[in-house]
Structures are given as C-alpha cells and as structure tokens.
Design a protein around this ligand. Structure first.
Ligand SMILES: Nc1ncnc2c1ncn2[C@@H]1O[C@H](COP(=O)(O)OP(=O)(O)O)[C@@H](O)[C@H]1O
Ligand SMILES: [Mg+2]
Length: 227
C-alpha cells in the first residue's frame, strides 16, 4: 500500500444557492508527490481545495491528510499581513509559542529554502509577485507543513516567474518529502508534476499521468468559450 499525503473519499458540497458543486469526489495523492488539480473555470477546483484544507465543511465524505497543512492563495496580497518578509514568516509561528531563538532559526531556514534569505528585512510592498508567493510558501515551510495546497499560485505572475515558482515547489517537495496539490489551468505547468487530477463540473473525471491529462484538458478547452 502506498502511504498517502492526501486522501479524499466521496466528498459532497453545495453552496447555499443550492447547486451541488462538488459531487462524490474521491482522490489520493501519495506522500512526497507533487500533484496538480486541473479543470476549466468554475469546475470547482478552489472549492475542492478549500474543503481539503478544512476552510469549508463538506456535507458528506472523508478527508485524511498529514498535518500541518499550508495553503497558498492565488493573490498573495490576501495572505501576507506583516510589513516585512521576516516578520510575515514569523507571524505564522505565533501559535506555536516557540522561544525567540527557535523562531529566528525557523524563519531563516524557511527563507533560505525559497531563496529569499537576503530579503528578510525587505518590506512586502517592495517585492515582485513571484517573491510574494515565495514568502507565502516560506510561511508554510516555517510551520513544518507536511501538506502544501496551492490555489493557482501563478495566476498573477509573468511566464518566467511562473515557471520558476513551479520548479522551486517541485524541488521543495522532492527535498523535504512534502506532499503538494497545486491548482492550475495553465498547461505548461503540468510538465513539473508527478500526477494530475481532472475536475469538470464538480466531478473528478480522470487522474494519473500528467501528459495524458494535458491532452484531455486541451480537448475540454476547445469545447468551452473561455479558458
Ligand atoms: N462563495 C461562494 N458562494 C457561492 N457560490 C460559489 C462561491 N464560490 C464559488 N462558487 C460557485 O461554485 C462553483 C465552483 O467555483 P470554484 O470552486 O471557484 O471553481 P474554480 O476554482 O474551478 O474556477 C462556481 O459555480 C462558482 O460560481
Ligand atoms: Mg479557482
């Protein structure tokens, strides 16, 4: 049996407006692997990711995952709350009530892992979009997250920073044994993952080999007016 980082069984969820947006979804991500969740706009990707993170409560179904869990939002400006890089990463550690020296070590290690140690004192507003996303990821690493969930973290990035970010998350996953689930609809990102899941209208249609799913998503894109 493969050890699971994330396991979801028969998950159902509807918004108050009534329509069932997540329909009997089951998925598995093996521990230490980097998987992507694909689907066209409105297919339910963000809703499913929030359910897995525990930010929403399902109507029925089971969720099993290794803790702690880190979450990276599409827009880092909704996530970074402190004035500087170092302070923001340290803020995520407040609940753990660590001694100051341990906080400093954790923050430095996490910033080093995302290649931002030299920017520790830099104000958040002076960072690029890609750097902000790396600060958000450092926050999760400082908390020693075992599972990292990322909701279209490259949506606001230019193509170079986009591919840099996906490559650096892949390295972190492989070096640290983290399990990551990354939401995207950008097909070039699929070259970096170990496996992919395809969501359409709230149903998981397919899962497995990234290149095969890439071709399937391209067919779906061809049938929908927007991307
Ligand atoms: N907060 C909300 N309240 C009500 N409906 C929502 C809310 N968020 C998303 N939805 C609806 O749920 C469906 C899935 O949305 P979402 O999970 O954001 O899809 P995706 O991330 O794949 O674009 C859509 O029909 C969307 O309109
Ligand atoms: Mg979304």
């Amino acid at each position: 049996m493969v050890e699971l980082g994330i396991g979801v069984k028969d998950l159902n969820f509807s918004w108050l407006s009534g329509e069932n947006v997540i329909k009997s979804c089951s998925l598995e991500v093996p521990k230490g692997e980097f998987w992507m969740l694909l689907g066209t706009n409105g297919s339910g990707k963000s809703t499913l990711l929030r359910l897995i993170a525990g930010l929403l409560t399902p109507e029925s179904g089971e969720i099993q995952l290794s803790h702690p869990v880190g979450f990276v939002f599409q827009n880092p400006d909704h996530q970074l709350v402190m004035p500087t890089v170092g302070a923001d990463v340290a803020f995520g550690l407040v609940e753990e009530k660590l001694p100051p020296a341990a906080v400093r070590t954790r923050v430095q290690e996490a910033l080093e892992a995302v290649n931002l140690l030299s920017l520790q004192k830099r104000p958040i507003y002076a960072l690029s979009g890609g750097q902000k996303q790396r600060v958000a990821i450092a926050g999760a690493l400082a908390r020693r997250c075992e599972v990292l969930l990322l909701d279209e973290p490259t949506a606001l990035l230019d193509p170079d920073s986009q591919l840099e970010l996906v490559a650096s998350v892949r390295r972190l996953v492989k070096n640290r044994g983290i399990t990551a689930l990354w939401v995207t609809h950008r097909l070039d990102e699929l070259n970096y993952c170990d496996g992919a899941l395809l969501l359409e209208k709230g149903c998981l249609l397919d899962h497995g080999e990234p290149q095969r799913l890439k071709r399937r998503l391209m067919e779906l894109h061809d049938k929908t007016p927007e991307t």
